[in-house]
Structures are given as C-alpha cells and as structure tokens.
Write a protein of this length. Sequence first.
Lengths: 235, 395
Amino acid sequence: MKKLQATGILFLVTLIGILSIAISAQGVTNRQLTSGVDITDIPMLDYRFIVEKRFQVFFTKHNETKQVYFNAKPLVSIEFSPSHDRIAFFYKSGDETSDDISLVIFNIKEEKTKEIYHTSHASWDIKSTLHWLGDNYIFFLRYCGTSCQGISLLSLKTGHISNAVLSYQSLPNLPEKTYFKDWFGQKFEIDGLVERVKSETKKNRHYLVFMLNDYKGDIIGKYKFLFNGKALIGV
Amino acid sequence: MPETFPKSISKKYIYAFSVSKFGLYYISITSQCGSTQDLRVEIDNFKPREIPPKDKPQYYDTPPAWNGTHLKSLKKTVIFILLLSKGKHALTFVPKNGATINRIDYKYIKDSDEIVFKMNTQAEEGNRRPWYTFVLVNIPLRSIGAEATTKWHFLDGDDMKLIIDGKVEKNSQSILHKNWSWSARPWHFLAKGKKEYKEFTPNLPSDLHYIELWADKTPILHQVNLNLGPYESKQVPTVEDPRWTGDFSDDTDQIILARALFGEARNTLVPDSARIAIGWVIRNRVESKRWGEEYFEVITQPLQFSAFNENDPNRIYVENPIYTKRKIDINAWEHAYDIAGKILTNQLSDPTNGANHYFDNSINTPDWAQNEKPKLTISYTNKFDTEGTIFFYKL
C-alpha cells in the first residue's frame, strides 16, 4: 500500500514537472471561441492549454478556444504557485455595473478555492497581471499618479498588503532612471525605466525581476532582487 | 438639403443636422453682421479660436467668425472642411447683439484630392474686408488656387487678397498692391476686367488652418481649388464612437484628454474636483511645452500616465472607453469628455496653481515628491472608509 502511495506521489510530481509553467502570456490563435469553461472543471493535465491574453484567460484544445470563468465570471489573470500546488487568479467577481475583482487561490490537490483579496475599485487597485513571489506572497501593480507606479505585495498568510513605489524622472530628457522604494523601506536607484515587473524561482530561490526599457520602449536589460520574505537583496 | 433656419437671430441658435456616412464634408455658412454685431459658430464641440492660441482666447475677432466692425453688414462666407462621423451633428450660432444668417450648406466631399468650389459670386460694394474663409479642421493643404476677375472703376479698382494662417500672400508683380494678389489697374478700365487664376503652394501639415480671401470693392470670385495632397481620411474618434485609430495623434485634444481622465480617474471614489485637477495637470504640461507641445504627445510620454502603459489593464479602456458597452462606463466616459471640454475652453479654471504632477497617498511618496510642497491636496473617502489624499505638485 505504501509503495502504491509513493508511486502515486512520484507520478504526480513528475506530471507537474512535465507541465512546468504551462500558463503563459502567449497569444491566442484564431481558433473559434466557442463557450466558457470553469477553471475548476479543467483537468490538471490540461492546464498547459491555458493562456492569458490582454487580461482575459482562454483554454484552447483541439482547435477549440473557450474563455475561462470562475463562478460564471471571467478570469483576468492566472499563475501557478512556484511549487505548482496552487493556482492564483483574478476574476471579475462583481456584476455588470461594478469594478470588482477578486483574487482566489485554487488548491489543486484539495480542489478547494479561497478568496483572499477583493476590491471594488480595480481600476486603481490592480494595474497588472498577478505574480507569485515565493509560495506565500503575490504581487501586482497598483495606481500611483504621474510618473510612478505602485506595487502591492499581498501576504497569503496574513492577508496584509504592503505597497512599494516605482518613480521615474519628474521631467523629460533626464537620464532613464527608476527610483524604487520597496516594501521594507529600502531605496534603490536603477538605470533604466521599469515598466514590467515579474518574478522567477530558481533553485527554490525567489526573485523579483524588473524589466528595464529605454525611452523608446526597447528592452535594455533587467534588474533582479532575491526575496526572502523579510527583505529584497539586489543581485 | 438643410432644413429651415431663422434668418435673423438674437440669441444662441442650434442648427441640428445629420450625415449618413463618415467622411470629409464641407459646411458653408453665409452671414452678415452690422457694425455693433458679431457672430461665431461652433461645430459639435469644435469652438474655433485664434491660431496660434494665445493666453486669452479670442473667438469673435478671428477668421472663422463674423466681426461686425470689419464687415459693416456685408456678407461673409465661412466654409469649414472637416471629417464628420455618421450621425447627428450640431452647428451652434452664438451672436453678439444679433446676426443674420443667409445660407447654410453642407455636403460630403467625394474626391478629396482636388476640392473645387465654384462660386461665381461678386463681392458687394465695400472696402477692404474679409469675404471668404476656409477653415481646415485637422486637414493638410498642399496648394490652393483661386480664379477671380477684377475691374477698374474710374478712380479705384477691385482687389482680392489671400491670407494663409495669418500670413498675406504677396503679389510679386506689383509694388503698390503687394498685398493684393488679384488687382485691377487703370489700363483695365476699358476692358471687361482681368480674369486670373493664381495658385499658391503652402504645403501645410494636418492641423487647423484658416485660409482667407479679402475683397476690396467688387471682385468676382469664380472658383477655389484646394489640393490636400496625399491625404487619407481616417475615422476620427468621437464621444459616441471613441475607438482609437491605432494612433493617438488622430484624436482631438478633447478626446485624448478625456481618454486620460477616464483611464486615470474613473474610479468612483474620486471626486470630480480630482478629475478636474488631473485634467489641469495635463494642460499645464502642454502649456509648459516641456513634455511636448500637443496633448497626445504629453499624455503618451512613456510612464507618465500609467493608463497608457501597454501592460496596464486600463489600456483597453483608453483605446476604447466604452468597449464593455456597460452603462457605468458609458456614463463615466461622457462625463470625462465633458470635463475635458470644459478644461480646454476655460469653463473650468485651474485649481492646482500650475501643478504638473500628482500622486495618491495609498502608496509611499514617489521620489520626485520628496521634500516638495504640494500646491493642492484633495481628500476623499477611500474603500477602507478612511481618508485618502491626492497631492498635486508643480515641479
């Protein structure tokens, strides 16, 4: 019996490894959009067929594309946790007249969902797709004002949100720089403009990654921080 | 054909009309104003003013208006050439002390390569005054040609001059009449008159242009040819159909400013005072010319107004504010458009004392605001039922 259980776990781990991070921001093909599918009804083996495009989530398999929903409401962003045991997604949780978005964690093994964040003012509170930063944190951009962007870090353990700020040069024609004040009060001065923010996990280490652009919008590099739950360390 | 309209007006009069398809149109209006009267016309939300714009807007003493001091009851025709979207439109006549409307015409321009207006009209007897004005609204002009006949009348002759965007086209053939490109001489007295076609090539880019023909005595204008050059009429975003063309430079100032207000501040927690202040931050940037000279340039500067960032969820909303077709979005868009119009026409004054930056204190203070004193603060109740504040700075 123990041997059978071990084989099962091994199979599961291998399967997740093969799937890797199948959810990507690649474009949806021109295949026919037929109808919707609930995220909880998609078999685990088919997660690799889920794609994000411009704040909509689609499931494409056998030349058929379906928009992905949760509780009959459309998803706007989705990402696997670094350990691949959970999926986090934003979905439009309100009715037609609202600006509501909720963040839900779907535990794949237990097939349980839990809403961990909700806003009725998404146009200010959520200004990007979501990203995991380790298995216990999720971050996304939020509104700031002119020449700046906020980054919200949500702790899944406490539900607490901390806000960091990216600010750019106040006047044009100054060197391309970004000033970053992180969630722990540290300040960084970075050469280049940070427009896109993402995360990476390598060898069980979790990194916050800034993609750097010039004024023309061309990518000129990236800036990485190691995240340990208590601080960001430039690497 | 146009419906009826009152010949004499003493107060604001709106002439509604509709067109069956999008495209280039001309709207021709002939009116008269006595020496104590003035008249101006608005087309939808387009309110012609002096070009280039000065600090104090001028609406009645401009080429597209009828200024009684200049006209002294003589007729003047203003021909607007502009793109109109399919649907309803309005001409708003705004007189001062009354005015007379003689004629209103509008027509779809089928061939925009060479637009020919056949007038065959003789000016009424009168001294140097504006007679025809062509108003090109966001339209280029490669060349303009006009055919006119001038005659000598015993002691004085007919003259006609051309003014393009305030600059008189000089008559190189005459020293005495160097400002009058069409001009009769005494030796034309015995002839029937001198009929001349003259062409000018100003090569103007797409913009607002005023092309004026002034008359002295009674010249006859036979026709005017406008060559727009390689011009392709695009769908112009409107409040009813604000889909972008793929290029924000195709937007009117009001549309692009409304997009910015909608993208940045449709959040229902934020009061209108904040939307107005944000709109003025953008206008202050345009006027300072440091971020660009046009509204679309200022608004689309990289990372300045985040709703325009490619990876921002609000980007879809600024490209087409009503793409959801939800009433809440349609109402918010129309409201943003209304505020934008009032900021552009000074109906709403600057509450920010010249601010050109702002941030919301739901996050840490941006680096550029450190040690700076705000020019304005606007508080509102945030979603946690606590006080949120937007700070406005002049840097």
